[in-house]
Each structure stands twice: as structure tokens, then as C-alpha cells.
Design a protein around this ligand. Sequence first.
Ligand code: SF4
Ligand code: SF4
Length: 416
Amino acid sequence: MLILDAVTAGHVAVQTAQRLSETRKKRDTGLLSSKEIKEWAGKCTSCEACLRTCPVDIHISDFMKDAKEGNFASFVDAKELCVGCMRCDYACETGIPITHVMDSAARNYTENYVGNVRMGRGPITDVEIRNVGRPLVFGEIPGIVVFAGCSNVPNSEREIAVMAEEFLKRNFIVVTTGCAAMSLGSYKDEEGKTLYDKYPGEFDAGGLTNLGSCVSNAHALGAAIKVAHIFAKRPLRGNFEEVADYIHNRVGVVAVVWGTYSQKAHAICTGLARWGIPVLYGPSGMGYTRLLVGRKDKPETFKGFDARSGDEVILDMCPDELITIAENMEEAIVKIARNVMRPNDGAKGRVIKISHYMDIHKKYFGTVPDDLHLYIRNEKDIPITMKDEVMAILEKTDWVEKAIPDPTMVERLVRK
Ligand code: SF4
Ligand code: SF4
């Protein structure tokens, strides 16, 4: 039945959820008995067809040998690595329902796998954008980090949570969608808390907002577009170029796609990049084989205009990547901190961003970034507590002070 009335649809959805909740509480988990697990495990021929197809190289036949002897404990390790793609089920010519055997053998793990996900809330409202737009455009809220993607890599739950918390603690706005949002609801700290338990849900500095399913990635982009529309009065209709120019030069958003699965995911990411939002893939993004990385060795490729004077200028090299890959979580965190910088950052905002970038680089790589001179426009951009250290670094480079333009890459936006 198609319900077109929104209020009726809301009533039906709530009542359906309430009724199903009782059924779910009573449901039989359907897990196999120990005898059934041993029987299935006894059929394994160690052909390794499942291993060859498993994206995370789980040695299923070893676990089957243990299970045949009645030892199921090792399946918990397999469950922690398994990304649930079910390729092994299809690969096994003996017909062993591998994932079902795994779930059943790790019964305690499976039955206690309960998360706590904040409700997906849909689009960011104009009122919320008005509250954060100004500090965002001038860099005082250091940025928005969007965690999306299929989370189908080992340890992705923990890694997404560690990355998100690094930026929540630093007062970034963190938003999430789809499987990444569920991962954040599954990973718990030593006290059994998820990030949803620890951080508020507001779209504001230090808030963690779940936008909804992966289709809601559009709402993350929508928030950036609304900043351009509300603050710069850029018309929305037929005005892609000017809005993308605004986002690219002023709105410090980075999308992190930690686990890629489909061509749809790549289509979403290239869509974000077209709007001037850098996208960072985890290691599995390697399969897409196409990146958009700036040539920092060729400053002339960052050419644009000062909208005040009309002069052609070399814009700040930030973001310096629009589609890129991080080989591990540490590299991703550093890249996020760098790619939230924007040519339009005010001095106060740039100071905040530089101090996070330096701090994060030292924390995860143990060194000061070697490209710092590219992001410091004049002495006002240097965090006061780091001044001596930064000046010593700058003196070893060809750094010279530069003016801060009103940045644009669209010549018709020059006001002169
Ligand atoms: S379901 Fe798990 S064990 Fe099976 S192929 Fe996928 S990741 Fe590997
Ligand atoms: S594909 Fe089936 S039979 Fe072959 S090793 Fe895996 S579980 Fe055993």
C-alpha cells in the first residue's frame, strides 16, 4: 500500500516498529547447536576457496578444524575481523553456510552484539547553518568531518571511532551516515560507551550528528551548499560553479569514506569532489584507481583571483587533494587536519587549524609537518605557543609573507 499522507505514514511507521519490537524480543536467534556446528565443520575439505574470496583473509578452514574438535573459541577472533560480505558462503562448493556457522560458534559474541546508534535525523536546517556558518567560514570552528562509507575493512569500527573522537575532542563538527554511523554505534570504549553516549547530537562544534542512511550523504553536501547560499547569498538555481567555488575556498569540510564497496560509493565521492569537498578513502579505495591530487610542486596549478582587486594570484594550496587515499588511520587523521584548511580562513581560524595540524602530525607521525610553510600566510597565522618552533622551521625554507586574497577561481566574481 502506498501512503502519500506524511502524518499517516508517520503513524504507520511508529506502530509497525512498536509491534515488531515485541516479536523481535521473543525471536529465536536461529543459531546452530554445537552438534550442528561440528557436523558442518566436519564437511570442510580445506579447499581454501573461501580464503581466496575473503577480502580480509580469514583462514576459515583453520577455524573449521578447531570447530570439528569442539573448540569454538577461536571463532570470536574471526567474527571481529569479518566484514559480513558473505562471499565465503557463495564460494564454498561443499555448501557450508560459513557465516551462519561462524555466528553460531561465536554465540556469546553474536547475541551480545548490541549497539547504540543515534537516530538518523535528515537534513541540517537553515537555523543550524546560521548558528555555525560564520565561525565555520572564518575557520573558528575548525571544520566539518563527514564519516561515511561501507566500513567493510578489518577493525573499521574501532578506526572510525578513534578518528571521529580525535576531531570531536578538538571541537570539529562531526557528521556521519550509513554504515559508518552504525559502526560508531557498535564500537564501545572500556566503559561500554559509544561516541553517541559521549558527545551531543547537535550540528555544532564538538557535536556528533547522524544524518541517516547512506542516501543521506546528500544532506552533508546540502549543509555546505546552504552555507554558500545563506552567507554569500549565492543563488542556488543554475549556479553550480559559483557555489562549488565558495565551498572549495571557504567551507572546511572533509569526507572520509573508510571502506568502499560499490560503484555507487565512488559516484557519491566524485560528486562531493565536484562541489569542492575533499574525499579521503581508506586503503580499500585503492580499487577505484582514480585520484584527484594537487601538484604542490607546481604552485601555478593553484591559480585563482583576488575578488577584491581582480589580480591573478596563487591561492593557498588547501585543500591540496580532492580525492585521495590514506593507507592507515594515522595518515587519514593527518590528512583530514590539513584538508580542512581553506584559502579564506581568517587569521584566528588559521591559527586554530595550524595548531591542530601540527599537534596531530606530532602525535601520529612524531614529527612537525614538512609542508607547514605552504599554509602560513603571515606571522598572524602562527599559534603563539608554537611561534619560536614555527619561525625556526620557516627560516629553513623559502617562505615569504603573502597577502590574503578574497579567493575565487571564477573570474566573473571579481568585484572591481
Ligand atoms: S563474510 Fe567474513 S569470512 Fe566470509 S568472506 Fe566476508 S569477510 Fe571473509
Ligand atoms: S570453501 Fe568450504 S570446504 Fe573449502 S575451506 Fe572454505 S569452508 Fe572449507
